[in-house]
Structures are given as structure tokens and as C-alpha cells.
Design a protein around this ligand. Structure first.
Ligand code: IMP
Ligand code: MG
Length: 191
């Protein structure tokens, strides 16, 4: 097929069915832990789009969804900048930070500090993928879909240069796929 994005994928790591099963389990656990409350799920655009949509539909209780957008800037300084803030207050709410993948942990570390200042009643983290081998800052993860080795993954929201994010499974790019070069290391952050 001309323009078949799937042709750039070398290997499928998690099929759509495997993702669905794991996400159903995560959702059931969250629903149990948050029974009787109305948590706020906070996700970082755009990578979390598919995971947030599927996870929230597996949690059968009242909840609200908020998104935050960030951009990284090169060089020294804070490293991360908020480009779209939360639309509603989270003060006094039970907050679950929802992430697609945790790599060095720096993004999440920054965002957790940012959210904590707003004094939520509680703040927990749910990530679909945990690339633990690359961790540079220690962050506590409460719900983890899959622990994965140090490889660059695409699809199901994970993009490479804005591409390969819109496939229903998680895979690894062919080295010869358009734009398939090693993952950029995030710029250093002063923590
Ligand atoms: P961290 O700050 O190093 O933990 O980076 C986390 C962010 O880097 C994720 O939210 C993704 O946007 C991106 N990222 C890290 N590893 C991958 C990957 O394997 N595929 C796609 N994006 C990734
Ligand atoms: Mg992300």
C-alpha cells in the first residue's frame, strides 16, 4: 500500500490485544483503589492521547480528564516549559498523572513538582511503559503497564518526529524507515 505507515515497523512488541488486556487490568486496579472518589486524570499531550482514551474507558467511575502540554528547550536552565496548562483546579482533588512512557524520568519529575504546588489531595502516577534502565531521577510509579528495555518504541501515541504515532500497537522502527535515527537524548535539566 502506498503511504503505509506500518511498513516502517520492524517488530511489533505489544499487539493491540495485549495493550487492551493490560489496560483493562490497570483500569480495574485504579477503579478499585479510587472507589468512592472522582479522580482527575492528568495527561501530557500528545503522546498520552491513545492511552488516556483507552485507560479512562476502563475505569467505570466518575472521573475528569485534564491535559497539559510541555516543550523542552535546549541548553541549561529549567529545561521544560509548560505550553498549555490545566483548564481546572486540581487543589483538593485525587490526581492520577497518566504517562505514555517513562524514560529518564525528568519530564515526570518536573511535572509532579509542578502539580504538587497546587496541593492535590493525592498524586499518583500511571505509566503504560517504563524504560527503567534509562532512569536518571527517581520517581515513584504506582501503576505500570509494561516494563521495557532501552529501545526506541513507536505507535499507540509514541511518535518519532511526529510520525508513526497513529498505529494501534507498539513496535520498533526499521532502521531504514524514513526518519529512523537513534532517539534524541532529552536536554539536561537542572533539578
Ligand atoms: P523522560 O523525561 O526522559 O522520562 O522522557 C519521557 C518522554 O520522552 C516521553 O513522554 C516521550 O514523549 C519521550 N520518549 C521516551 N522514550 C520514547 C520512546 O521509546 N518512543 C517515543 N517517545 C519516547
Ligand atoms: Mg509523554
Amino acid at each position: 500500500m502506498e503511504h503505509d505507515e506500518g511498513a516502517g515497523i520492524e517488530r511489533v512488541l505489544f499487539t493491540a490485544d495485549q495493550l487492551k488486556q493490560h489496560i483493562a487490568d490497570l483500569g480495574a486496579q485504579i477503579a478499585k483503589d479510587y472507589a468512592g472518589t472522582s479522580p482527575v486524570f492528568v495527561g501530557v499531550l500528545k503522546g498520552v492521547l491513545y492511552f488516556m482514551a483507552d485507560l479512562s474507558r476502563q475505569v467505570s467511575m466518575p472521573l475528569s480528564i485534564e491535559f497539559i502540554s510541555i516543550s523542552y528547550f535546549e541548553g541549561s536552565g529549567e529545561g521544560v516549559r509548560i505550553t498549555k496548562d490545566l483548564d481546572r483546579t486540581i487543589t483538593g482533588h485525587q490526581v492520577v498523572m497518566v504517562e505514555d512512557i517513562l524514560d529518564t524520568g525528568m519530564t515526570l519529575h518536573y511535572l509532579l513538582e509542578y502539580l504538587r504546588v497546587r496541593q492535590p489531595a493525592s498524586l499518583k502516577v500511571c505509566t503504560l511503559l517504563d524504560k527503567r534502565a534509562r532512569r536518571l531521577v527517581d520517581v515513584t510509579l504506582d501503576y505500570v503497564g509494561f516494563e521495557v528495555p532501552d529501545e526506541f518504541r513507536v505507535s499507540y501515541g509514541l511518535d518519532y518526529s511526529e510520525r508513526y504515532g497513529n498505529l494501534p500497537f507498539i513496535g520498533v522502527l526499521r532502521p531504514e524507515a524514513p526518519d529512523a535515527v537513534p532517539a534524541p537524548i532529552p536536554p539536561p535539566l537542572s533539578l
